[in-house]
Design a protein around this ligand. Sequence first.
Ligand code: ADP
Ligand code: MG
Ligand code: MG
Length: 877
Amino acid sequence: MSKKFVYMFSEGNGSMRELLGGKGANLAEMTRLGMPVPQGFTVTTEACTQYYADGKKISDEIQAEIYKNMAELEKISGKKFGDKENPLLVSVRSGARASMPGMMDTILNLGLNDEVVESFAKKTNNPRFAYDSYRRFIQMYSDVVMEVGKGYFEKLIDEMKEKKGVKLDTELDADDLKELARLFKEEFKAKKGFDFPSDPKEQLMGAIMAVFRSWDNPRAIYYRRMNDIPSSWGTAVNVQMMVFGNTGDTSGTGVAFTRNPATGEKKLFGEFLMNAQGEDVVAGVRTPQTIDQLKEIMPEAYEQFVDICGKLEKHYRDMQDMEFTIEDKKLYMLQTRNGKRTATAALQIACDLVDEGMISEQEAVLMVDPKQLDALLHPQFDAAALKAAKPIGTALPASPGAACGRVVFTAEEAVEMAEKGEKVVLVRLETSPEDIHGMDVSEGILTVRGGMTSHAAVVARGMGTCCVSGCGEIKMNEEEGYFELAGRTIKRGDYISLDGTTGNIYGEAIPTVPASITGNFGRLMAWADKYRDLGVRTNADTPRDAKKAAEFGAEGIGLCRTEHMFFDADRIPAMREMIVSETVEQREKALAKLLPMQRGDFEALYEAMEGKAVTIRFLDPPLHEFLPTAEEDIVALAKEMNMTVEALKAVIASLHEFNPMMGHRGCRLAVTYPEIAAMQTRAVIEAAVNVQKKHPEWNIEPEIMIPLVGEIKELAYVKGVVVETADKVLAEAGITMKYHVGTMIEIPRAALTADEIATEAEFFSFGTNDLTQMTFGFSRDDAGKFLGAYYDKKIYEQDPFARLDQKGVGKLVDMAAQLGRKTRPDIHLGVCGEVGGDPSSVEFFHKVGLTYVSCSPYRVPIARLAAAQAAIKNPRK
Ligand code: ADP
Ligand code: MG
Ligand code: MG
């Protein structure tokens, strides 16, 4: 039997989201639950994949199946598609597996043309409504399907309003709207060179194809990359009978959440607009009313809606985000999905649902997106400074958090400034999907128009970015680079602060304070710790980072890079001396200067970690990174070294490397200059001994990590130096102390020979940054220049440095882990690359059975939660 590409809503159910997309599956599920859903059918995600496979064409078979289901829909509705007497109008809506808000565009009122609209006006006895629907359809279809661009039409509407001397679109009458429809079509013809398609069948196929096409628009691709969605999934298309919220004052349209998406409060939260259609609420064309007001206006519809909300939440056991329309007092449900929410709300809802007995602790752990926690880990306003500051305005608290930065007016400016390391606040009339890049890099977003469910609000909440929306008092003057508020003029580049929790706007910079893990956050993290198998350590080079990470729950340091310790102004001279030394004696003299500094660093780290594990990696980067380049520094160093400037320059030149990433670095330094490894060993062991003496209750066991090993004999050689020195130091101190010597696995050859390497190494730590770079054969510092082209051409979908390449690099990790365990069953296996804090990579590391991941301090809670989710989803035997 051939594949089924189209399903009536009554044929599907909520579990079919892979095939029907999220929207389609939930429309089917609501239908199944007997809720008032305008009926329709879903063209599957497989049809989308097929469309691309067929060279961007909808095959004849699929077209036939679509028409067959359209005939079925005609039967159900008692109307006819394209008919003049009793026309069936439909919406064409995209719906991928994962919700992608605002990414793909919906077309409403499809099936209208000049003739149909006339009889539609007569039949409904509501010409204003009929022509409003028609002009909306032309507008949307031109924009979405024909890519004419919205701007022209909006200009025509504005001109019409001006001509009529009215402010609101609802004040335009039937004739105005009819005229607008005519002007729109004229505009269309001028732009495209042919007439607006009047055949409903052509309109339908055009719209379905446009949805398939939109799967591949740049915004969708960007959203997918940000959210880990593969391009192979495709989108489904829903064709649904129209219901009309724009027939007059007994109709309207709205959106609602079963709980507050900003705070998590258990209270119905929503907005609606009378006499409106589709996106009007979200687009902020008029200021919406709250859902509570609906109770007064249409009590029956309100009661029914509240009842449905309760049922849906119980059914999905999660907070729901719903769309509804009321047509002549009759309620219709148009969408439900698990609602997007802020991190604060996510924690509140997860904890509440556990307390309400609706979900288990494990389900609560699975419910919170680890990446969202980031928003809670970042600074809040300093309470005293906030109290002292006086707001210059207040608007809707659309997405919580504290933002402080310089004003920019466009997404491009935001990106430009952010690249220079400036913190920015994006101020816009309203945002649209084109702004997503700029929103992503901004500390906060302030809009003049739009409600709590406006584009800015929804997207900011998704990103965990602070947003204050709908500040109508702002007078924008973008062209001249300023805005006015409360008598103040605030220019591009000036500092402002936003409080996304209160909606307050401040015309000044307000200092911020770091976050802490308490309350609901603490509760959820405790559950996460209960269910995870992977340990979570941190990458920290300084006591400050180490302390922060310990506060965030790090169980130890998985990577301390020692090279950063040598860059301080008071240290680099000794380091340089060491590097340009020509004899062992000279080098040892310089190293003797470094020893006490290094020992001090390690003591501070051991103190900060209070007896927890600390893995110290020996010197790794190419030496020339430390050398002076400025003439005066070279002269000074030559003097210090008793060398001529020429001789020093010759030494510096001799250290030049063509490919330093693969040059004289890592353990190769210790092989050529064993004195360096000896000094570092002495510093580590002496520091551990000193701190252990001070804190007898701790049990310090130093972990020394040799980087960039590719051959067992080089590890054996360096380990020999380490062991000899360590034993000597311990004998001098008259103390026994266990210490461990291990290695990074970051060269493919080390992974391939991990069974051999494990005969010497007591632990492995996968250095996924270098391992990725060496496995792909491109340098991390240069890849940025060409990876863009690889994303565009879909050769790679993800940055392999940010998310583990499971197929290639992951295979090496898995293999090395197995080989290592074969030689040494109790071997400790860690990860210390960038990807140690990336949720999908963490899941992989859980699956291949590693001992711990190590990541930057701010990612520690993210890794803890991700590890718990991985363990709940994939229990280890
Ligand atoms: P998005 O995914 O961007 O929310 P939707 O497909 O949900 O896009 O639709 C956009 C708007 O159009 C929503 O407000 C929705 O409720 C409305 N809408 C979609 N289909 C219909 C329909 N058949 N009748 C009335 N309104 C509809
Ligand atoms: Mg929707
Ligand atoms: Mg490395």
